[in-house]
Design a binder for this molecule. Structure first.
Ligand code: ADP
Ligand code: F6P
Length: 447
């Protein structure tokens, strides 16, 4: 048995993780055991020059520290002000600064140094997400010959956007050090291959392998899943007191997202506003619960999206609220998973309407949480990776408030038969393609 060593930027040391990567890896390592290495969470004045180990029942965790300067350039800077907007199709939000790229390289080199003494020759190393693309190159420079895989949790953009990065050639060079590069969706794989061809003269060898920067590597689509059985149990067991009360005769729609501009929350609110404007009979009959914990708050684009979202919710509530009813309830913090499961189950409509998203686990959690006899309806953006396989959802264009308002109305009015038919197909996919299926498929392909 090979030990699995997973490396990600975020390492859960506390409760209530929000973010698809942490939720998925927790499930994955829970099954297989191994070691998970990641950032301790807060910048430190005096970073340790070794990993700090936290033993766990199911797997070990080891944390690295970052200085405030490294945190700023590597995490807030290159990762979340260059790669995140670029990979989510927002070239207008990219903020290029040479020190960001330097910090990104420096931190990846440092992680390689810290990891090296803890690696065993037959470990399988699995590196997660855009914060760590150069890590395999840094490990190879230090003599590591283990199999190293990479999984990108977010979308991979089309070549025109890759060309807006400060270092597209270097980026494809980093990718070439992996034995297997995994993407969420087939669309991301196509973009990667096309980008590598156009910007780095890669040669596809067959539908899985390509010659990139003088090396042969494999790339594939491995759509991530959730711990479906666990989530179904969680939702079934959701205690009465965890559910929202006083809503018995009104319908509830739910959105659960980090407060990120890629999630399309203002567009969702505008569509809801349009729904109420055009259907006065729905006043006091439907409400939208939006749970959106803060994220990356030192980055300006995130401050702007928070302001825009709060302002819009206030305006819509001012326009429509009555003494008995508030149309939008906006909760700006993480909530425990069992409560979340109960709320999903209670909601008649799940709103998953990102403008761009790698997969979107909320879509799968919403389906898993439903009561099969009386399930709710999933409204899903065509730009979420999840839409490639969850075709029985009501698929929408999140840029079009008319389309989304019509979908909301349709979902609210959908007959029980149609709801059950759609839900059964979605649930089958979520259960068959769960997180264990994802891990097994990826690791078998990595070899
Ligand atoms: P991303 O990885 O971009 O954040 P995903 O939808 O794939 O998006 O994953 C988000 C994960 O974070 C889901 O598992 C979801 O349940 C969890 N999450 C999001 N918001 C909250 C919240 N307010 N409280 C608890 N968990 C949350
Ligand atoms: O799933 C995509 C992702 O960016 C993860 O890499 C990350 O852990 C998660 O979203 C939440 O973002 P952050 O770790 O920056 O809070």
């Amino acid at each position: 048995m090979h030990r699995l060593v997973a490396v990600s930027n975020r390492l859960p040391l506390g409760d209530n993780p929000s973010g698809g990567l942490v939720v998925a890896l927790q499930d994955a390592l829970g099954d297989s055991g191994g070691l998970w290495v990641g950032f301790s969470g807060e910048p430190s004045d005096a970073p340790q020059d070794s990993l700090e180990f936290h033993d766990g029942a199911r797997f070990d965790r080891a944390a690295f520290d970052l200085t405030a300067e490294d945190y700023e350039s590597y995490y807030l800077g290159f990762s979340n002000s260059v790669l995140w907007p670029a990979f989510h199709g927002r070239a207008d939000l990219i903020e290029i600064k040479p020190e960001y790229l330097q910090g990104y390289r420096r931190v990846n080199d440092r992680i390689a140094d810290l990891l090296l003494p803890h690696l065993k020759p037959d470990d399988r190393i699995w590196i997660q997400d855009y914060q760590l693309i150069p890590l395999a190159a840094a490990l190879r420079e230090r003599g590591v010959t283990n199999r190293i895989g990479f999984f990108l949790h977010i979308p991979f953009p089309d070549p025109a956007i890759c060309a807006a990065l400060p270092n597209p050639g270097e980026m494809f060079g980093w990718f070439s050090n992996y034995d297997l590069i995994g993407f969420q969706a087939r669309r991301d794989l196509r973009n990667f291959i096309e980008g590598a061809r156009q910007l780095s003269q890669a040669e596809p060898l067959d539908d899985q392998r390509l010659r990139l920067c003088g090396r042969e590597t494999r790339a594939g689509a491995f759509p991530i899943g959730i711990d479906a059985a666990g989530f179904i149990d969680e939702a079934r067991g959701a205690r009465e007191e965890d559910r929202m009360r006083s809503l018995t005769d009104s319908k509830m729609m739910i959105g659960v997202d980090r407060l990120d501009y890629s999630k399309g929350i203002p567009q969702r609110f505008r569509a809801f506003q349009l729904l109420l404007e055009n259907n006065p009979d729905l006043i006091e009959k439907v409400m939208l619960l939006q749970i959106a914990p803060p994220t990356r708050e030192s980055v300006e684009a995130y401050q702007n999206i928070r302001e825009e979202t709060e302002h819009l919710a206030g305006r819509i509530n001012g326009q429509f609220a009555t003494v008995n009813w508030t149309p939008i309830r906006f909760i700006h913090r993480p909530i425990p998973r069992h409560e979340l499961a109960g709320l999903y189950r209670q909601a008649n409509v799940g709103l998953v309407t990102p403008l761009a998203d790698g997969m979107n686990l909320v879509a799968k959690e919403y389906v898993a949480a439903q009561d099969v006899a009386d399930p709710g309806v999933l409204i899903l953006s065509r730009f979420a990776g999840a839409a490639e396989d969850m075709t029985e959802a009501v698929i929408v264009n999140p840029h079009d408030p008319w389309d989304m308002a019509a979908a909301m109305k349709r979902a609210i009015e959908m007959t029980p038969n149609e709801r059950r038919r759609r839900h059964a197909a979605l649930l089958q996919d979520v259960v068959e393609h769960d997180v264990s299926w994802w891990v097994d498929r990826y690791l078998q392909t990595l070899g």
